[in-house]
Design a protein around this ligand. Structure first.
Ligand SMILES: [Zn+2]
Length: 69
């Protein structure tokens, strides 16, 4: 599913990516589905269930986990 191109000097446009979003109101945790190891992960920050979501963001960031924007 992942693909790469070699033109690293050019900024990549943002894309809509599939994510898991933490369902806790007090937590901003989310992860890319492409990097999620299981089908229905729990939040790595607070342990809450995660809901399927979409984010418009940079497609090739190295980090697979985020708790602050
Ligand atoms: Zn969380």
């Amino acid at each position: 599913m992942a693909y790469y191109n070699n033109r690293r000097e050019e900024p990549l446009p943002n894309e809509d990516i599939q994510t898991w979003e933490c369902t806790s109101e007090n937590c901003n945790g989310w992860m890319r589905k492409a990097f999620a190891a299981v089908e229905t992960p729990n939040c790595p920050f607070c342990g809450s269930l995660m809901a399927s979501g979409i984010r418009h963001t940079h497609p090739l960031k190295n980090n697979s986990l985020h708790n602050k924007e």
